[in-house]
Write a protein that binds this ligand. Structure first.
Ligand SMILES: [Zn+2]
Ligand SMILES: [Zn+2]
Length: 141
């Protein structure tokens, strides 16, 4: 079965709650389906409170607003240089690589480009680009 990851935090929260309930009530098959869904979705435990419920009188966690989880993108902001490349930047691809690209799928090409860029491959920015100021990289915010 192909599992579609959950991207909406509200949907994830509801699915997780249903999953915990199904597990607690021994609805094993339902719990399995829901658990697979939860596990396939890009959310993870909140690093600030570790997913722990607040003590009585303790204010709820500021980082996750009491959910105990966060979108993975917020937990690990991309350290990936490839992800920070500006749309204007051209990757310096060698002719020998270009020849191989012709028989590769787009996804495979993207993986390869990510690898070479993160390994320090030169990129050629548009020096007049307003978005990145001509550096080819957009600084992570
Ligand atoms: Zn938290
Ligand atoms: Zn740019």
């Amino acid at each position: 079965m192909q599992i579609e990851p959950i991207t909406e935090i509200d949907v994830y929260r509801a699915t997780l709650a249903a999953c915990v309930k199904a597990e607690a009530s021994e609805q094993t098959q339902l719990a399995q389906v829901l658990r697979a869904w939860v596990d396939a979705s890009p959310f993870g435990g909140c690093p600030a409170c570790d997913g722990r419920a607040p003590w009585r009188n303790e204010p709820q966690c500021q980082t996750c607003a009491g959910d105990g989880f966060l979108p993975v993108a917020k937990i690990n902001p991309p350290a990936d240089r490839f992800d920070r490349l500006c749309g204007c930047a051209l990757i310096d691809i060698w002719p020998s690589e270009e020849a191989r690209f012709r028989i590769w799928t787009i996804a495979y090409q993207q993986d390869y480009k990510r690898k070479v860029v993160n390994n320090g491959r030169q990129v050629i920015p548009d020096v007049d680009c307003q978005k990145c100021g001509g550096t080819g990289e957009i600084s992570a915010t």
